[in-house]
Design a protein around this ligand. Structure first.
Ligand SMILES: CC(C)(COP(=O)(O)OP(=O)(O)OC[C@H]1O[C@@H](n2cnc3c(N)ncnc32)[C@H](O)[C@@H]1OP(=O)(O)O)[C@@H](O)C(=O)NCCC(=O)NCCS
Length: 177
């Protein structure tokens, strides 16, 4: 199977939303309660990704991983930092989401998606990027560490009725290359 990494387009929104919901279910079934996962809906995520795509921020990037035949099997979104947790993360940019379907993991696609966003952020003069990952999500943490990420502070919050703890990872984009 060949995987192509490319900019997301309007027609990809449904595919991104589907990967987002399936990715949550596959990844978080071991860490989150069934109640916290029950309310996930593709329709709700379609609206979220439509808004993200319409955002006129040139420094933000939404990339998809497309399999032969056009199926979206993964995506990543990054851009200038904003919102909840920004002060604690203390980086210029943030990875807001990265998800792949289970069946395409460990083939280097995550690495290619991260590199695509890192290059874009660097080209726009952003020098550091951070993200939040669930403390228990050890696979993703190993992935970020392999890519040169350094663990930072933790924060806890209520996620759909369940208290969870996330840990920050930071990357120095001036050292990537
Ligand atoms: C985390 C994720 C994006 C990684 O993408 P991926 O395509 O599977 O990872 P890659 O194949 O690019 O891995 C690159 C390197 O990272 C490390 N790595 C990746 N997954 C790992 C794991 N599960 N355990 C240990 N190391 C891992 C390895 O060193 C790997 O290189 P190798 O395969 O040559 O040994 C992907 O697994 C995913 O979508 N997970 C579910 C969603 C998720 O947790 N998202 C993060 C939310 S914050």
């Amino acid at each position: 199977m060949t995987i192509r990494i490319r900019d997301a387009a309007e027609a990809d929104v449904e595919g991104i939303a589907r990967v987002h919901v399936q990715g949550w279910r596959e990844t978080y079934k071991d860490f989150l309660s069934p109640e916290a996962l029950a309310g996930l809906s593709v329709e709700e995520r379609v609206q979220l990704w439509q808004r993200a795509l319409a955002e006129p921020e040139p420094r933000a990037k939404l990339l998809v991983a497309e399999a032969d035949g056009g199926e979206i099997v993964g995506f990543i979104r990054g851009g200038p930092i904003r919102g909840k947790g920004a002060e604690l993360l203390a980086t210029e940019a943030e990875i807001f989401a990265i998800y792949l379907l289970d069946r395409v993991k460990r083939q280097g696609i995550g690495r290619r998606l991260m590199a695509g966003v890192f290059d874009h952020l660097s080209a726009h003069g952003l020098r550091s990027v951070g993200l939040w990952v669930l403390r228990d999500n050890l696979s993703a943490r190993r992935f970020y560490e392999t890519l040169g990420g350094t663990a930072g502070p933790e924060q806890s919050f209520d996620l759909r009725g369940q208290m969870v703890t996330e840990v920050a990872y930071r990357f120095d984009l001036t050292l990537q290359g």
